[in-house]
Each structure stands twice: as C-alpha cells, then as structure tokens.
Design a protein around this ligand. Structure first.
Ligand SMILES: Nc1nc2c(ncn2[C@@H]2O[C@H](COP(=O)(O)OP(=O)(O)OP(=O)(O)O)[C@@H](O)[C@H]2O)c(=O)[nH]1
Ligand SMILES: [Mg+2]
Length: 311
C-alpha cells in the first residue's frame, strides 16, 4: 500500500457513497444489491488500480457517531489523501445544511494543515427522471455557488450522479483519477485531434476497470440519436467488464457492432505494459473504410502515449 493513491469518499449517512462504489465495481445488474445496502460501519476499504498504480478508496460511513470519530482523530483518517470525493444527496433538501456543516468540519482539518487536495463534490441521486425539475436544478446551483464562495482556496469539481446512470458514475471517477497526472494533457489533445480526423461521434479510452481515461464527443450529435448513442457506450462498458471476467473475447474483425440509424460502434483492445485499455468509437457506417485506413497509425501513437503514462 506504500505508493497507493488514497481517495476518501465522504458525506452524510444515506448519501449514496457505498452505492456509487458498488455501481462502479459492478457496472451492471447492481441495482438490487444497492437497494439492499446496509449503512457502512466505520470505514470500508476498496482496492483498485489506475494506470498501473494501486488506488484505495476509503468509504467513510456517514452516521453521526462515525463522523464524530473521524473528526476527533482527523489525522488518522484524512492524512495523506490524494483526493476527496464528497457526496451530497440532492433529493434530501432537509439535510443540505447538515451536509454543508460536515463538509466544513472536514475541510477545516485540511485548511488548518495547509493541505489543498483536489475535491470532487457530487450532487448524487440526480436520477434521470428528476433532471427536468427546476427545483432540483436550482438547489444544485445554490449549493454549488455557496460551496465555491466558501472555499476559494480549493480546486473543486462539481458533478451530478445517479446509480440509474452508470455513465455519470464512471465519469465521476474518471475526472477524479485523471487529476493525478499532468501527462494526461498530451493524451487529451491527441484524442481530440483524432476525433476530428476520424470524423466520428465519440472517441473514448477506457482502462480495464472501465474508468474513462479520456473522452471526446462530436458536438453535432442529433438529439434523436442520443439515446441509442448512450446505450451503445453502455454496451461497451458491459463488454469490457465481461472481457475482464474472461467471459467474453473480441476476435479480430468482430470489433464492429451495428447500431440503428446507419451508425456503427467499434471496440478495440490494446495491451500496454501488461495493462489492458479499450478504445470505443461510434461513427457513421459510411465512414468505416476511411476510419480503418487511419486506425493503425492512431493506435501506434496512442500506445506510445500510454506507455509514457503507465511505464
Ligand atoms: N434514487 C436513488 N437512490 C439511491 C442512489 N444511490 C443510492 N441510493 C439509495 O440510497 C440509500 C443509501 O445508500 P448507501 O450507498 O448505503 O449510502 P451511504 O452514503 O453509503 O450511507 P452510510 O454508509 O451510512 O454512510 C440506498 O437505499 C440506495 O438504494 C441514486 O442514485 N438514486
Ligand atoms: Mg455506506
């Protein structure tokens, strides 16, 4: 555990912290398990890997007795953290104040010790069927403004997540993990350029845990294609999970999957330094041949960049 990244995931009881980590781990068929989750007793540790580096999530049970315990010995729990993810249940407006107070107590420890670690604050339980409600969206803006104003000394990224939207969960972690390495910049630039060259709808790079390392989307995706588009990315996420569990294998020439509306999706497995990566592409069917011409050069360069990140 020497050089492991330490990620704290904190917030009040029932905010959905363990649910987020469970969804991230399972990718699909997790809703029943999540609905039956019991409150976390003290801290649960979950180990994973990111770009070859061990990473440990500290899932901090949020009941009041545990919060008091952490705050009474903060150095035991919060020292040497690389990232703090703070979860606020956006559906529970009665607890907003209590949650802001706890956030304040935690941040006070870091401020007192001059530790300005990156923060991700997620407004969780932002379920797809709630997204058009003005009240919820206004609450998000209000909380965001209030937090930003109170803590200008921190670099804070705000997100909305729901276990009913697995992509939102995966994105949450992706942003968190990419904070660790400045070399991501070169990768991002290359991904963006390539998206334009291929003239595709999306270009996503996943690691073996389906964490998104880099993602680019064409801004002109027609709204009526959007649902099928998201479903197709989800398919890729499930497929990666099954490949990792050795239940599925993609053979050469089987990487293409047909979608509706003359779109196709493409999933490619890449091995760099014993780490597996996956490139997911969605494009129009008639761009396929041109895409295949450029693809092997793209993969070569991508391998070089990843080698510098993993090696
Ligand atoms: N509607 C909705 N419910 C959710 C979501 N995520 C979690 N929940 C529910 O919220 C409840 C609490 O989730 P947990 O993950 O156990 O909460 P926690 O933050 O780990 O709680 P403690 O361990 O006590 O700190 C569960 O019943 C979940 O089913 C979500 O995105 N939407
Ligand atoms: Mg929990």
């Amino acid at each position: 555990m020497e050089n492991a990244f330490k990620i704290i995931i904190s917030g009040l009881q029932n905010a959905g912290k363990t649910s987020i980590l469970t969804a991230l781990d399972k990718k699909y068929d997790f809703v029943k398990e999540v609905l039956e989750l019991k409150p976390t007793i003290k801290v649960e540790y979950r180990k994973t890997k990111f770009l070859g580096s061990p990473t440990v999530f500290w899932d901090m049970g949020g009941q009041e007795k545990y919060r008091q315990l952490y705050l009474s010995k903060p150095e035991m729990y919060f020292d040497s953290s690389d990232l703090l993810i703070y979860v606020i249940d956006i559906q529970d407006s009665e607890k907003y104040n209590e949650s802001l107070n706890y956030l304040h107590s935690v941040l006070e420890y870091f401020i007192d010790n001059d530790i300005y670690l990156p923060l991700i604050i997620t407004f969780h339980k932002y379920d797809p069927n709630l997204r058009s409600y003005d009240e919820i969206n206004e609450n998000i803006y209000m909380l965001r403004d209030q937090i930003k104003e109170s803590y200008p000394m921190f670099n804070i990224l705000f997100q909305q997540t729901s276990i009913y939207d697995i992509i939102s969960i995966i994105q949450l972690m992706s942003y968190g993990l990419s904070i660790f390495d400045g070399k991501f910049f070169e990768l991002s630039l290359y991904m963006e350029t390539s998206l334009n060259e291929f003239n595709c709808y999306s270009l996503i790079l996943f690691d073996a845990q389906s964490v998104i390392i880099s993602e680019y989307y064409n801004e002109d995706i027609e709204p009526n294609l959007y649902e099928a588009f998201l479903d197709s990315i989800k398919e890729h996420i499930y497929l990666i999970k099954r490949i990792e569990e050795n239940e599925e294998e993609i053979k050469d020439n089987q990487n293409f999957f047909t979608m509706e509306n003359e779109l196709i999706s493409y999933l490619y497995t890449l091995n760099v330094h014993n780490e597996k990566f996956f490139v997911s592409v969605i494009l129009e069917e008639d761009k396929k041949d041109k895409f295949l011409e450029q693809y092997s050069d793209f993969i070569k360069k991508l391998e070089d960049i990843l080698l510098s990140l993993v090696g």
